[in-house]
Design a protein around this ligand. Structure first.
Ligand code: ADP
Ligand code: MG
Length: 1147
């Protein structure tokens, strides 16, 4: 593959690269190669290609010739010109410049924003933009894998990626807050998790993987941070020239006196055993100002004040733990014991953390081992006490760190549950080779092996495999697959980690040496494992390999590990007494850090070892990464001195080798820069060819073939796989893209043109339609107007003619009429004349006759008067008088005839008297008329009516003006039989007893003679008798023949009392007279009077007086009527006053 020339497959090379002389191959169709297009291409390249002003080559794929030297020279050349980024296809190589370059400005961000990956010179921003856009637009989760050794610039690269994404993604108050929190989590974690090492002044001592979550628009929603194995041994001991974690120095330098005092700390570093002294200050690092940055960042991330306070208290406690020292003390039983030298520090720690001093002191002196419900307490010797102290400090610190990560996650986690797109940024500790490499380095390097593995899997292997799968010819590229090293470490049975775990769990004495022995047995034959004691004893003479070491040939180089501490570190043992003491702390954070210290939750099971925990979390990470679209940044360290401008070729060469970058380029070059399944490819570019546009009916592959032939792309530029088209050179792709862009613009113009045409035509048609409608309306309207005008003119003309005709007729008629009238007038005048003449004649005749008559009369009169003159004077007066009187009487009667009043007897009208001399006549006439009309009225009556009126007349004669009761009775007809004796069966007995005709039957009140009280009786009047009967039984109580009734007495007042006086000595008179009261007194008295008269021919005496005497048995009692009160209404009351007087009060 190495003899492949760039020009061979690069039809678009600019003249500067083919020396300006190589003619552009013209094998293809014309479309790419017209001179105008070449110019155009050149112009486009000036603006938009990574090849512009290129130093060396920007993409290693274009390197010619390709070998290690040219590779390194290219990097060096670029590095010397401040070009720290170079591509291998889509992989970015980044060389640490160790100084700040002006290539991360906001202008740069804008420059790279939304640009094609290969458009501009290589930059980490181009990769970030590519990843972000394919996340946003193609909905692919991304991961950015940053690898390289310690100090190569991984952490810086990860921060650059994050800040670029933050700069280009959505804006807005809420989004900005999320971004700010995500970015500010870095300083916090760096302060607690980074430290100065010999390789890097700001070396990450933990692995970090951060998922940034976005919504569908590409706005950040939040993030999740995972941390991997903090190098906690650094807390208690640092190699020469290195420092503890930054935070310790930051507190001591940056905190105020007051705050330090609160934390019981002193500013002097040398006061603290845990702080390595030789490099406490780092050039260019301002711990004090960093402390302020950290506190500020903590605030932004959302730490509450009390939480920050607790965190620093824990940090202070860790620092002070290092100052606790122990001295040996021998006990009588020979056991070694330790004792705290100076309890002051312990006291302060306890005050700071709220732990009971005695509890902690005891935890440092004793160790309790629990096995099968038995507790055994053993004393700790000095070494064990120190071990316990350091274990506590390490655990406190590493747990605090994990708590910080959890706490930050709480703050930055996405608030919504909507589906998220994820961009993972992995910044894990780089490959490390120190003088003394221990368990931590082993773990770190294992992790790097795994990352290399995934890189190989996803790029090299995957690429090759895809070619095989697609049936594309492939020249195999040799590359080193480090799977064998991964297996050496992680194999579940024979892996080093499995051996270590087995050793740790094995009963009996376990030491680092026994572990090494075991390794020697199991791994001795492994190619990548070396030790002095390995079976084949190849290395027995290798003095560079001490006895207590083993060496692994990592992909990045050989590393010798000191086996010392492996077992302990893997066990990661913290005495239970200590965790229980911590749990008892009166400090909520510390208590929360040691949940296993809770005696209620005692768990006798061993916790998983550090190695197996790490292995599991690395496996999870790898699984996670495999689901995402990887983007690689491979960081290279140019020198070991952390210095700018120094490019150590040997060092770089080493890194290039172990990173397999050359193989990477080879694979890339042997292969194809771009591949895509046929369907989407055809879909994307089909508009570039007439046959395929707008629809291709055949299979997609054939369509792509036609398309590429039509476009004249040189055959070596592409290959047809089984399901994909492979394009060798990126620029072919760019050209396709440009053509597509151009074509899209044309299509857009076409669409626009058609749309505009359609719009105009539609508008035109509409207007035309409107015009027709308007014209028709207008024509109708104008015709209508014209018609109306003609019509009105015709009418006018017509009316004029008619008028003229009419006037003519009228004139004729008028003439005729005038003629007629004239004739009539003439006739009338004529007749008039005639008539007047006749009248005059008649008048004359009549006058003459009258005159004759008058004259005759006068003559006769004269004659008569002369004749009778002698008689006339004696009788004339009388005769005239009689004649006049006669005439007046005649007139009077005639007038009276017309003024006669009605025939009603009660009509009082009568015409006025005309002449005084007729006064008597007038009255007489009135009387006669009244009598006459009364007679007339009477003549109408029947006999029965006459009888009634007779009776009424009788009553009038008897009572009118005598009794006050009378007027009320006039209107009441006299009924007589009020009680229907014959009909009512109740009175049958009474009827049987009386066989005569009954005149009156009525209920009366009989007044009791003794007390004046009334009792009801039936009063019967027959032709001959008066009877009183009981009202209820009907039995007759008294019967008086009419002959025995002498008198009836009554008052003149308005009452119904009356007394019937009986003949003295008669049979009926024995009981005395009757004093009765009735509502029909007038009728009764009248009837009694008339009956008595007709029977006895004698007039009954009716006495009307207000005081009369009544015979009661022997006595005569006076009945007196007085004007009484209205107490009882209108009913008169009767009262016996004394023996002689009965008083009736009449209201
Ligand atoms: N792109 C860069 N520009 C300037 N200096 C850088 C850059 N990348 C790294 N450095 C310098 O290198 C040091 C180590 O980088 P760092 O990212 O911490 O390494 P790593 O994480 O790989 O161990 C940084 O502290 C910084 O001084
Ligand atoms: Mg780092």
């Amino acid at each position: 593959m190495s003899d492949l020339k760039v020009e061979d497959f690069c039809p678009f090379c600019c003249p500067s690269h083919n020396g300006g002389s190589t003619p552009i191959p013209t094998t293809g169709k014309t479309i790419f190669y017209t001179s105008s297009q070449q110019d155009k291409m050149a112009k486009m390249e000036v603006k938009t290609s990574l090849l512009d002003d290129m130093i060396g080559v920007g993409d290693m794929v274009l390197l010619e010739p390709l070998n290690e030297d040219s590779f390194i020279n290219n990097l060096k050349k670029r590095f010397d010109h401040n070009e720290v980024y170079t591509y291998i296809g889509s992989v970015v190589i980044s060389i640490n410049p160790y100084r700040s370059l002006p290539i991360y400005t906001p202008e740069k961000v804008e420059e790279y924003r939304n640009r094609n990956f290969y458009e501009l010179s290589p930059h980490i921003f181009a990769l970030s933009d590519e990843a972000y856009r394919s996340l946003r637009d193609q909905d692919k989760d991304q991961c950015i894998l940053i690898t390289g050794e310690s100090g190569a610039g991984k952490t810086e690269a990860s921060k650059l990626v994050m800040s670029y994404v933050a700069a280009v993604c959505g804006k807005g108050a809420e989004v900005n807050q999320v971004k700010e929190q995500l970015l500010q989590s870095n300083p916090v974690l760096e302060a607690f998790g980074n430290a100065k090492t010999v390789r890097n002044d700001n070396s990450s001592r933990f692995g970090k993987y951060m998922d940034i979550e976005f919504d569908f628009k590409g706005d950040p929603l939040g993030g999740v941070i995972s941390n991997y194995l903090l190098e906690k041994s650094r807390v208690v001991k640092q190699p020469r020239g290195e420092r503890n974690f930054h935070i310790f120095y930051q507190i001591l330098s940056g905190a105020s006196e007051e705050f330090l005092c609160k934390l019981k700390l002193e500013r002097d570093f040398s006061r603290y055993n845990y702080l390595g002294l030789d490099s406490a200050r780092v050039n260019g690092v301002d711990d004090a100002s960093n402390f302020r940055t950290v506190r500020n960042a903590m605030q932004i991330v959302g730490f509450m004040d009390h939480e920050t306070q607790s965190v620093f208290e824990v940090v202070a406690a860790v620092l002070k733990l290092g100052n606790i020292e122990f001295k040996p003390e021998s006990r009588a039983n020979g056991l070694d014991e330790s004792k705290i030298k100076d309890k002051n520090e312990l006291k302060e720690i306890c005050e700071l953390t709220g732990i009971d001093q005695s509890v902690l002191e005891r935890a440092f002196s004793f160790r309790t081992v629990e096995a099968k419900q038995e507790k055994v307490s053993t004393t700790l010797n000095v070494a064990q006490a120190y071990y316990a102290r350091d274990a506590l400090a390490k655990n406190l610190y590493s747990r605090l760190f994990s708590w910080l990560v959890t706490r930050i996650n709480e703050s930055i986690k996405a608030q919504t549950k909507v589906r998220k797109k994820v961009m993972g940024v992995l910044d894990i500790y780089g490959f490390e080779i120190f003088e003394d490499n221990s368990f931590e380095q082993f773990i770190i390097n294992y992790c790097n092996e795994k990352l290399q593995q995934i890189f190989i899997e996803l790029t090299l292997k995957e690429e090759q495999e895809e070619y095989i799968r697609e049936g594309i010819e492939w020249t195999h590229i040799e590359y080193f697959n480090n799977a064998i090293i991964c297996d050496l470490i992680e194999n579940n049975q024979t892996g080093i980690l499995a051996m270590l775990d087995e050793e740790c769990l094995r009963p009996g004495t376990v030491t680092d040496e026994t572990f090494l022995e075991k390794l020697n047995q199991v791994c001795a034959t492994h190619q990548h494992f070396e030790s002095r004691m390995s079976k084949c004893s190849r290395f027995l003479n290798d003095t560079s390999l001490p006895h207590s070491c083993f060496r692994i040939q990592h992909y990045a180089g050989k590393v010798m590990y000191q086996v010392e501490g492996f077992v302990d570190k893997n066990n990661d043992l913290l005495y239970r007494d200590l965790s229980q003491a911590m749990w008892k702390a009166n400090h909520s954070l510390i208590k929360a850090l040691f949940p296993e210290g809770n005696p209620a939750k005692i768990n006798l099971k061993r916790p998983p070892t550090a190695g197996s925990q790490f292995k599991a979390s690395v496996a999870t990470l790898m699984k996670n990464l495999q689901t995402k679209n990887p983007n690689y940044i491979r960081c290279i360290k140019p020198n070991d001195k952390k210095a700018a401008h120094i490019f150590n070729e040997a060092l770089v060469c080493h890194q290039i080798r172990y990173l397999g970058l050359l193989e990477n380029v080879r694979v890339r070059r042997a292969g194809y820069a771009f591949r895509q399944p046929y369907e989407p490819c055809l879909e994307r570019y089909k508009m570039l060819c007439k046959q395929t546009w707008p629809h291709w009916r055949g299979p997609a592959r054939a369509g792509v073939e036609v398309l590429f032939n039509e476009l004249g792309i040189p055959e070596e530029e592409f290959s047809f796989g089984r399901s994909k088209i492979f394009i060798r050179n990126p620029r072919t792709l760019f050209k396709l893209e440009d053509l597509r862009k151009q074509r899209l613009e044309d299509l857009a113009t076409l669409i626009e043109k058609i749309y505009r045409g359609w719009k105009c035509r539609t508008r035109f048609l509409l207007m035309k339609k409107c015009q027709v409608v308007i014209a028709s309306w207008y024509r109708r309207y104008s015709q209508q107007k014209k018609y109306q005008k003609i019509k009105s003119s015709a009418i006018t003309v017509q009316s004029y003619i008619r008028g003229w005709k009419a006037r003519k007729v009228l004139r004729e008629l008028k003439h005729l009429k005038r003629c007629n009238e004239a004739a009539t007038v003439i006739a009338a005048y004529w007749h008039g004349t005639q008539a007047r003449r006749e009248l005059r004649r008649l008048k004359d005749e009549a006058r003459n006759k009258h005159a004759i008559a008058v004259i005759w009369a006068f003559w006769l009169g004269y004659k008569v008067r002369r004749e009778y003159r002698k008689y006339f004077r004696a009788n004339a007066g009388r005769k005239i008088y009689e004649f006049t009187l006669q005439r007046l009487m005649q007139k009077y009667f005639l007038e009276m005839k017309n003024k006669m009043p009605s025939l009603s007897p009660i009509d009082k009208n009568w015409p006025a008297r005309p002449y005084l001399f007729l006064d008597s006549t007038h009255k007489e006439l009135k009387r006669i008329f009244h009598l006459w009309r009364c007679k007339k009225y009477r003549d109408q009556f029947t006999d029965q009516q006459k009888l009634i009126y007779e009776e009424k007349l009788e009553a009038s004669e008897l009572f009118k003006d005598k009794k006050a009761l009378y007027p009320a009775s006039v209107g009441q007809p006299f009924q007589g039989a009020y009680l229907e004796i014959s009909e009512n069966p109740k009175y049958k007995k009474l009827k049987d007893a009386v066989d005569e005709k009954i005149i009156i039957a009525e209920v009366v009140n009989k007044i009791n003679r003794a007390n004046g009280k009334a009792a009801s009786r039936i009063f019967l009047l027959t032709k001959n008798n008066v009877l009183l009967a009981d009202q209820k039984s009907g039995t007759i109580k008294s019967e008086v023949p009419l002959g025995d009734v002498t008198k009836v007495s009554m008052s003149s007042q308005n009452d119904g009392f009356f007394a019937v006086h009986l003949k003295e000595g008669s049979e009926a008179a024995s009981k005395g007279d009757f004093l009765l009261s009735s509502d029909h007194l007038i009728e009764m008295a009248t009837k009694l009077y008339r009956t008595t008269l007709s029977q006895t021919k004698q007039k009954l005496n009716i006495e009307i007086s207000d005081e009369f005497l009544v015979q009661f048995k022997q006595d005569k009692v006076c009945v007196k009527f007085i004007q009484g009160s209205q107490k009882n209404g209108n009913i008169p009351t009767c009262k016996r006053k004394n023996n002689r007087l009965l008083e009736v009060a009449v209201p």
